[in-house]
Design a protein around this ligand. Structure first.
Ligand code: NOJ
Ligand code: NOJ
Length: 465
């Protein structure tokens, strides 16, 4: 009897597990075919649309964390190897600006964006307050300091500092916020928080503009925090901050300052000519340092001086005022060279059947995220290529619609490339591996999502009637 019971238990259990195994493999087959539907059936533009919604959310999750002050934007959640749990002034400004662009572009959108738009504004207000706090925190290099702790205290360990793109990018983000406030009849906030027109100033934007206007000629550390010098990226964002700032100064009836910012902005603009290298045939990232320069100038292995930072400078520094358009032959030559070079150096670019090209920071890059064991393609770099082609398409749209369509298709190939390497749930790291193609280095880099948002917006502007 007992044996009988045991036998039937074994049978039932045994049968049960066989049945479970069947169900599992059924489910597995189903989800595998779901993947296929996803892969084949969803267009690049539909993926980009969905990914933009996710990106806006992921960005907001990285602002005002419970263990920091409201308005601190973490670069990523990772705290070790590398520690990205800081408010980088550059990353934060770019991220906020991308959110504001999203806010602007959803103005006439369907009701579903109401909650998102409200949430964006709340984060931007927090960011404005946090920026006020850290602007008056004593740091090692004053307003050129690249990052601070999320509780608003200064970061005093050795680092490449100052990074003079930072205050320019912060000013750009806040000037854009001022523009939104202005068009929504909130001018009082501009005068009290953002631009007071006094000298010395105690308001956010004017402080940064004064710093940029008086320091732009001095060498500082580059966007990758690796070399001290005069950089195309830094100058591009300084130019935009000064010229956009001049306009705001005028609105705030600070005409002397407006004149000064405009004059300095034009000088920065003229200096940008020097970055075109006719022998190399592309725009270089950093001007050669003078032979007598002594001291710590950082890494000295960047022999090609070819760098996606140039394209990022054009994207983040663009004012749509006709200066260095994306269809400019020098810009196109630089875009071409970046693609050729990264096609050669990354094994993942030699695999057939994957759309687009994986793009890194610069060919000599060795930073793996944790150490210097080898550089990889970056999500934000690959997305920047796509965005540059979308912006070129928009410039061409009226004049040459056929060429514009080709440029959109070219841009799409880079988006498809990022989609191919992205996590299935849409999460984006900082890098993807040069040989295996798997997402690599820090997870959920806030800037990766900002790059996705601006690429999405640029595509919309390129294709809308
Ligand atoms: C940290 C910097 O943020 C990164 O850009 C750089 O490549 C590494 N340090 C190595 O220098
Ligand atoms: C390293 C990048 O080189 C730098 O540009 C960025 O600010 C930090 N990581 C934080 O994301």
């Amino acid at each position: 009897m007992a044996n009988h019971l045991i036998l039937s238990l074994v049978l039932v259990l045994g049968f049960g597990s066989v049945a479970r195994a069947n169900v599992c493999s059924e489910l597995f087959r189903e989800s595998a075919s779901l993947d296929r539907v996803w892969e084949d059936g969803v267009s690049t533009s539909a993926w980009l649309e969905a990914e933009a919604t996710l990106s806006s959310l992921r960005i907001r999750e990285n602002i005002s964390r419970p263990d920091g002050l409201p308005g601190a934007v973490i670069a990523a959640r990772t705290r070790v190897n590398p520690n990205y749990y800081f408010h980088w002034i550059r990353d934060a400004g770019l991220v906020i600006d991308a959110l504001l662009e999203r806010f602007d572009s959803t103005t006439h959108a369907r009701g579903q964006h109401i909650v998102e738009r409200h949430a964006i504004l709340k984060k931007v207000f927090d960011y404005m307050r946090f920026s006020r706090t850290i602007q008056t925190t004593e740091t090692l290099t004053g307003l050129g300091e690249p990052k601070v702790n999320v509780d608003g205290t200064s970061f005093n360990e050795p680092w490449g500092r100052p990074q003079n793109d930072s205050p320019a990018i912060r000013a750009i983000s806040l000037i854009d916020f001022a523009r939104i406030l202005e068009s929504n009849q909130h001018r009082g906030i501009i005068a009290s928080q953002l631009y007071d027109g006094k000298f010395p100033s105690s308001s956010l934007i004017k402080r940064d503009l004064e710093y940029v206007a008086t320091n732009w000629k001095k060498p500082s550390w580059d966007v990758w925090e690796e070399i001290l010098g005069d950089h195309f990226y830094t100058r591009m964002v300084q130019r935009r901050a000064l010229l956009d700032g001049a306009r705001l100064a005028e609105i705030q009836r600070d005409s002397k300052a407006a004149e000064y910012y405009r004059e300095q902005g034009r000088l920065v603009e003229a200096s940008l000519e020097q970055f075109w290298d006719p022998t190399k045939g592309y725009i270089v990232a950093t001007l050669p340092r003078s032979p007598e320069a002594a001291g710590n100038w950082g890494l000295d292995n960047k022999h090609t001086n070819l760098d996606i930072a140039v394209i990022l400078g054009l994207l983040h520094g663009s004012r749509g005022d006709g200066f260095l358009k994306f269809n400019n032959s020098r810009v196109m030559a630089t875009l071409d060279r970046l693609q050729k070079t990264f096609t050669e150096i990354y094994p993942i670019n030699h695999r057939r059947g994957i759309p687009g090209i994986a793009i890194g920071r610069y060919p000599e890059d060795a930073f793996s995220g944790a150490d210097r064991s080898g550089g990889n393609p970056w999500v934000l770099a690959t997305l920047a290529m796509g965005e540059a082609y979308y912006r070129a398409a928009r410039e061409m749209k009226a004049e040459n619609p056929r060429r514009a369509a080709d440029l959109v298709a070219k841009g799409d190939s880079f988006i498809a490339r990022v989609r191919y390497h992205a996590h299935r749930d849409g999460s984006l790291n900082e890098q993807f591996h040069r040989a295996s193609g798997f997402m690599h280095s820090v997870e959920d880099l806030t800037w990766s999502y900002a790059a996705l948002l601006t690429a999405h917006n640029a595509r919309q502007l390129a294709v809308e009637p």
